[in-house]
Design a protein around this ligand. Structure first.
Ligand code: NI
Length: 177
């Protein structure tokens, strides 16, 4: 399909609340997801939300292969999630470093729920339901925030823990979400 330009922080379209998808298994939805996949792969991202390519619909994709350069980052299966619903399992949060394709070259320390349940549908309308923790839980929270117009810098508690990746993590080539 096509690699689409990713909107960057400052573009007002990233601040919109997106609408639910009403119909599944349509050519339009399949084309959107194909473009999102192409774009995420081209930029080596860990996830992408439809608003990041200017489409105000509640669609996210995410997934990372295990990368031997980052043995601590667990693999997350490639997932298409439409109309997601996140349900906390408890109030335990954990700080972790995040990046975003809409905030290129930067990292921030963001508190997220450590574990949660999520549900929704795939592009065919089949139910998706998982209980996840750690990095998988972080990625899904980051991506779903985009659907409500929230970029990760808005969640940083101490802005001293926000900066350029090259300065924060010299010599590392980190993936963006
Ligand atoms: Ni992002």
């Amino acid at each position: 399909m096509a690699i689409r330009p990713v909107l960057r922080m400052g573009d007002p379209r990233l601040l919109r609340v997106s609408s639910p998808v009403a119909q599944f298994d349509t050519p339009e939805l399949h084309a959107l997801i194909a473009d999102m996949q192409d774009t995420m792969r081209a930029l080596n991202g860990a996830g992408l939300a439809a608003p990041q390519i200017g489409v105000a619909l509640r669609v996210v994709i995410f997934g990372i292969d295990h990368n031997p350069r980052y043995p601590d980052a667990e693999a997350v299966p490639f997932t298409v999630l439409v109309n997601p619903l996140l349900t906390p399992l408890d109030a335990v949060t954990e700080d972790g470093w995040e990046g975003c394709l809409s905030v290129p070259g930067m990292r921030g320390l963001v508190p997220r729920l450590k574990r949660l349940e999520y549900s929704g549908c795939d592009q065919h309308g089949a139910r998706v339901h998982r209980r996840v923790d750690d990095f998988h839980a972080r990625v899904v929270q980051h991506e779903c925030d985009h659907l409500d117009g929230i970029l990760y810098p808005l969640r940083i508690r101490d802005l001293r823990h926000f900066g350029f990746t090259a300065e924060l993590f010299p010599g590392q080539d980190l993936q963006e979400e």
